[in-house]
Each structure stands twice: as structure tokens, then as C-alpha cells.
Ligand binder design. Structure first.
Ligand code: PXL
Length: 238
């Protein structure tokens, strides 16, 4: 069975991260090996007084044990990270477990609607940009694209969307799936730069006019599961 190391938080309420990745990857017939980064009572947007347990110290121990078992992964998929030090642990994990065919997916979870999530410091955001340099595929929303490109949210909104994904590809080294992209007319979806052929394509569906927390986690989990099964990027995004 194909195996994905899924490095992100567990949040009990708010349909976040591992609570999404585990069932989705399992339903796709892929084994999800969770490496929790933090344990929270809820997601951090829209809830007050959430609990937050940082799992950084546990992560290296888990990675050591997995290495001792000789485990290999067809994908490493990271999402919400809990601390600055943890970003180094994830970088190490990727370098240690990446094989020639491993797909490294970094969802650079940092914020939404032009605002950074409460638990993310400036140092964590620059660490996330460094981590994303190791990725084969990144899945930023527009807020995260602005942080990765070090442009203000106002500036990024004025840049041609195709130019944004091209810049985010670091000269075609990584594929980019920019989420929350709309061509208008009540549509939503993604704008994809596929490093396999340098093409840029939009994937669009009718937008349900409401916000649902966890949709980004759901999208990237399905994308990762499909890519592990050999589906090309655009088709996986679709
Ligand atoms: O959906 C991204 C995400 C994941 N995990 C936690 C979050 C968020 C976004 O708010 O708070 C804990």
C-alpha cells in the first residue's frame, strides 16, 4: 500500500488538518502515517481560548523510530505547524525520508483573507518559506502567496495571477496550486503551475457562497492522495 507521512496538527473542532487528512487518504486507499505537530481543541480562526499542545519534542522521536523500521513514503505532506523549531524538524524529516519518487507537498498554512493566523510569528512565516523550497508542490492561498513572495496583500492583489504562480514556482523548480482562485461568475478553484511542462491552468467549480473551515486541508489531502496514485497535477487538482 502507498504510504503518506502527514505532518500537521490535530484540531478537535473546525475540520482541520489530520482530522481531515487521515479519513480522506484512507478512503483513497492510501495509508496515512500521522506525525502531529500540535494538538488543539479547535482551529485558531474564529474560536477564543483554544488549547494548544506543542508536539515538537515528540516528532524527532517518532521520526527516529520510523527510520529504524526502514520506512519509506511515497509522499510527505505538511500543513499547519506549531513552532519555529518544528519547521527545522520537518525540513530534517523531508531530507531524511525523501526517496527519488517521493512527492513532497507543503501546504504553507499561515493565514487567510490577508491576515496571519494567531499562532504564526514572523520567524515562523520565513521558516515556512524556507521549508517550501524543499517542496515538489505547494498549495498557498493568496495570503500565503503574499507572505512567500514578501509582497503586501494589497500589492499581490494587483499582480497578474499567472505571474504569481510563475514566481512561486522558483524558476519552474516546483509546482504551484494556488487555492481560492476565481475566474469570476461565482466560480472558485485553483490556478495551477505544473512544473512537468510549465503550463498554467485554472480548475474551476461553482462556489458555494459560504465559508467552511478545513476546505484547504480537504483540498490538499485529496490532491496529495491523487498524486501518490500517479494522477497528473491538473487532474489531481480537478
Ligand atoms: O486549515 C488550516 C488550519 C489548520 N490547523 C489549525 C488552524 C488552521 C486554520 O485556521 O487553525 C489549527
Amino acid at each position: 500500500m502507498k504510504r503518506v507521512a502527514s505532518i500537521q496538527d490535530i484540531s478537535c473542532l473546525g475540520r482541520c488538518s489530520l482530522t481531515v487528512a487521515i479519513p480522506v487518504l484512507s478512503a483513497m486507499g492510501v495509508q496515512c502515517c500521522p506525525l502531529p505537530t500540535a494538538f488543539l481543541s479547535t482551529h485558531t480562526g474564529g474560536f477564543e481560548g483554544f488549547t494548544f499542545l506543542d508536539m515538537t519534542d515528540e516528532m524527532s522521536k517518532v521520526a527516529d523510530h520510523w527510520a529504524s523500521l526502514g520506512l519509506t513514503f511515497q509522499a510527505v505532506y505538511s500543513g499547519f505547524l506549531g513552532s519555529e523549531r518544528q519547521i527545522g524538524v520537518v525540513e530534517n524529516f523531508i531530507c531524511r525520508f525523501r526517496g527519488p519518487d517521493t512527492v513532497v507537498v507543503v501546504d504553507p498554512v499561515m493565514g487567510d483573507y490577508g491576515r496571519v493566523y494567531q499562532t504564526y510569528t514572523a520567524a515562523m512565516c520565513s521558516g515556512m518559506a524556507r521549508l517550501a523550497e524543499l517542496a515538489d508542490v505547494i498549495t498557498p492561498n493568496l495570503t500565503e502567496a503574499s507572505l512567500l513572495l514578501e509582497q503586501s496583500y494589497e500589492t499581490i492583489q494587483a499582480i497578474d495571477p499567472a505571474e504569481i504562480v510563475r514566481r512561486l514556482s522558483l524558476g519552474g523548480r516546483r509546482s504551484v496550486v494556488r487555492t481560492g482562485y476565481s475566474t469570476g461568475d461565482g466560480q472558485t478553484g485553483a490556478l495551477c503551475f505544473d512544473r512537468a511542462d510549465g503550463s498554467i491552468q485554472a480548475v474551476q467549480v461553482q462556489r458555494v457562497p459560504r465559508d467552511f473551515s478545513g476546505t484547504g486541508d480537504l483540498f490538499t489531502s485529496v490532491l496529495t492522495g491523487a498524486m501518490v496514485k500517479g494522477v497528473p497535477l491538473i487532474q489531481a487538482a480537478r
